[in-house]
Design a protein around this ligand. Structure first.
Ligand SMILES: NC(=O)c1ccc[n+]([C@@H]2O[C@H](COP(=O)([O-])OP(=O)(O)OC[C@H]3O[C@@H](n4cnc5c(N)ncnc54)[C@H](O)[C@@H]3O)[C@@H](O)[C@H]2O)c1
Length: 336
């Protein structure tokens, strides 16, 4: 499991900490087989905050009659008292994800979007959260994700107020009508990149700075799209597809840079889901519903609520070993 050179480079204290013991007389040429696992236990480099958990809990219960077994899986998904931001959360997928983070126990989720005042749908959702009475709340912040300085400042204010930052979902995005790739106007291309790519970076930066400031583990979730890794059949969306591909690489790149700082970064790539964004196509060209449905083996498009589980998993400790990954939720669109 460990190369002999890696193990050899560890101090003896580190070797003990991860449960490995190297014979004192070992030379640089010692083989991996001379590594002794202390007391037959696996190396311990990290511990679940809910430890003992899983089979270890079962083993402890078998030797300790006072240890009472209890299900812990939903505790792993809990966001109790955590604070987060979601961009593009005045409606659509952003609002759906903001709500479920509250249901999972977050103290406050700040919804960033363009309008000066939140939509009716947002107000009703916020009221619903208030009535859940689980100590959670939705807050609305009018902001443009393309304004880097303003995003940093607004999220810093949230840090000042809440004294923590745990979760970031960068969901703001735009999709244009079909435009010929050989004639694609520069301004329109830059507009799409500014929101879908630069805006995701600025949102993630703003949250990441606060995560670092308070020194707790953080999870950044970038909403990309299956269009980042496939091309939508018969749709001339070169700017959208390019912008989403960039988000996939941004997530991988930031994940590698931020892992040592205890911040995880993943992308979430939905397939076709009915929202205002896709309504612009589906409501005006009804034949597209059948066409899009038949492009995946499940034979239907997705519902916004079908992202609830995956976003809670990514935001919470239930995904604590997941970073730099793209999670595709597309009804199997990629499998054909
Ligand atoms: N609906 C789908 O089928 C689908 C599929 C894959 C990916 N996505 C992605 O999911 C995300 C959410 O999309 P949706 O379907 O909910 O669309 P939507 O249009 O309903 O929501 C997008 C939100 O982003 C906001 N927004 C746009 N520009 C902004 C800016 N500059 N600053 C702040 N907010 C801004 C909009 O006002 C809107 O409220 C987008 O990134 C989209 O590309 C959607």
């Amino acid at each position: 499991m460990f190369s002999s050179q890696i193990v050899k480079n560890l101090t003896r204290a580190s070797q003990r900490r991860i449960g490995l013991t190297i014979p004192r007389n070992a030379t640089r040429a010692f083989s991996a087989r001379s590594v002794v696992f202390s007391q037959g236990k696996p190396p311990v480099q990290s511990t679940s905050p809910l430890a003992p958990i899983g089979v270890n809990a079962a083993l402890q219960a078998s030797i300790d009659p006072t240890f009472s077994p209890k299900p812990k899986v939903f505790d792993e998904f809990s966001l109790k008292d955590r604070v987060g931001i979601v961009s593009g959360a005045n409606r659509g997928l952003g609002l759906e994800m903001a709500l479920v983070l509250c249901e999972a126990g977050a103290r406050a989720i700040y919804c960033f979007d363009l309008p000066a005042e939140p939509s009716d749908e947002w107000k009703k959702t916020s009221e619903y959260v208030r009535k859940m009475d689980n100590g959670s709340r939705l807050e609305y912040v009018s902001a443009n994700v393309t304004d880097q300085k303003s995003m940093w400042a607004k999220v810093q204010e949230i840090g000042d107020r809440e004294q923590r930052m745990d979760v970031c979902v960068a969901a703001a995005g735009i999709l244009k009508s079909h435009t010929d790739c050989l004639q694609y106007p520069a301004e329109q291309f830059q507009e799409v990149m500014a929101v879908n790519t630069n805006g995701v970076l600025y949102t993630a930066q703003a949250a990441g700075q606060q995560m670092l400031r308070f020194g707790k583990a953080g999870s950044i979730i970038m909403i990309a799209s299956m269009s980042g890794s496939i091309t939508n059949k018969d749709h001339a969306w070169v700017s959208y597809n390019t912008s989403k591909s960039a988000v996939l690489q941004m997530a991988r790149s930031m994940a590698c840079e931020l892992a040592p700082k205890n911040i995880r970064v993943n992308s979430l790539s939905p397939g076709h889901i009915y929202t205002s964004m896709t309504a612009a196509y589906l409501d005006t060209q009804p034949h597209l519903l059948d066409k899009w449905s038949n492009l995946n083996p499940m034979g239907r498009i997705g519902r916004p609520d079908e992202l609830r589980g995956v976003v809670t998993w990514l935001a919470s400790d239930a995904s604590s070993f997941c970073t730099g990954s793209d999670i595709i939720v597309s009804g199997g669109h990629h499998s054909w």
